[in-house]
Design a protein around this ligand. Sequence first.
Ligand SMILES: Cc1cc2nc3c(=O)[nH]c(=O)nc-3n(C[C@H](O)[C@H](O)[C@H](O)COP(=O)(O)OP(=O)(O)OC[C@H]3O[C@@H](n4cnc5c(N)ncnc54)[C@H](O)[C@@H]3O)c2cc1C
Length: 456
Amino acid sequence: MNYDVIIIGAGPGGIFSAYELTEMRPDLKIAVFEAGNPLHKRKCPIDGDKIKSCINCKHCSIMSGFGGAGAFSDGKYNITNDFGGTLYEYIGKKKAMDLMHYVDDINMRFGGEGTKLYTTAGSKFKKICMQNDLHLLEASVRHLGTDINYVVLENLYNHLKEKVDFFFDCAVEHVKAENDGYTVICKNNEYTCKYCIVSVGRSGSKWMEKVCKEMTIPTQSNRVDIGVRVEIPAEIFSHLTDELYESKIVYRTQKYGDKVRTFCMNPKGEVVSENTNGIVTVNGHSYEDPAKQTGNTNFALLVSKHFSEPFKDSTGYAESIARLSNMLGGGVMVQRFGDLIRGQRSTPKRIEESFTTPTMTATPGDLSLVLPKRLLDGIIEMIYALDKIAPGMANDDTLLYGVEVKFYNMEVAVDENLECCHKGLYIIGDGSGITHSLSHASASGVHVARNIASKY
Ligand SMILES: Cc1cc2nc3c(=O)[nH]c(=O)nc-3n(C[C@H](O)[C@H](O)[C@H](O)COP(=O)(O)OP(=O)(O)OC[C@H]3O[C@@H](n4cnc5c(N)ncnc54)[C@H](O)[C@@H]3O)c2cc1C
């Protein structure tokens, strides 16, 4: 065997697997294969000046490389079983919470000390939300901010680089089960290992599907969240964001009974685009450093779509909608809420005259040509519901960027150790479909590392 353990993917899942393994079993030979670049080489070419929109780089620096999709994220570690994944269904609620707290402690030791931990426990907003048919989910959230998140990742890399062999710009093409372990096949080489941890995240979703087919690992998929990113002057939501930082609010629409929720709230942040497998969608982040903050707050409003038999391709469905917006807008599209309600497209002039200044360059357009009626109706209903707890939310100049999609990787069948039907092959993080967040993905990494360390 070349290695005791090979980890595929250097996102939070892969990093925390490597960290815990090196802590518990420093004698093990460990390698990490990562399709993207080391942290210092990750740079999205969009500068808003010469390059205004996505140019489809070989590896999307926002999604790939050391730190994974989370590297330039807002670094919000939500410590909760209420959202961010269903890890607790496999390992139990208490263990999942303990692991998330453990990850938080490590982040604090590696540069995150001094950052704020917000909590919804005992918040007056719970009642105010309920009185307006809105539901505030329970969570503690550690907000590292994009800048401190980067520092933590840099420190973790410096800590790990002497203990682990890192292979960057080295996408794994296939995994082959052998008698006593696995062969990991890259473009120019093959490596063997006893245990293999697969942590390829959302950007590796297509690859994961292929590997599951090749190795006959059972999977299921039926959910996707589709919506828009909302941008408003920070003052409109400041009473919530000052106290809670991130509020996850769920609303059930009166018209269809669909659930619409707020997601990834970025006070004084900026809207960004992201590229998953060639499809450009929208996202957002914010900085801890006041010098880098903007005057706007952004968050997503997402409608959950669960499909039933015989339809299975929920990802394909969402991708088709995202492609429509890319086709009409050449990338991300932006529309004023007032224009949407009046049934007119936003034009460059209307956006320019808007009292809310966009933080991202997007093509003014008409989201009603992109989003199915049922989804758009749900989003509009939710905006009016939020207007009751944050007056100003339904103003004409509220900006809506589309589309935002939360792809859920198909769920891979794994047991309580996150081990699949092939013994010694672990599927973790967002690539497993079980987690959808930094904290859950990281916790899943620690969990499998402990399992391997105890078996070896
Ligand atoms: C802009 C943005 C902001 C976000 N903000 C937040 C936030 O504030 N809070 C939060 O909880 N979550 C946030 N998320 C989501 C969060 O980043 C993910 O849930 C988390 O990174 C998942 O970790 P992971 O290790 O499972 O996968 P990833 O972080 O996606 O890492 C997977 C890695 O595997 C690599 N890979 C893929 N295929 C292969 C292959 N075949 N061979 C080798 N390597 C491969 C990829 O290049 C990638 O680096 C955000 C995401 C984005 C894009």
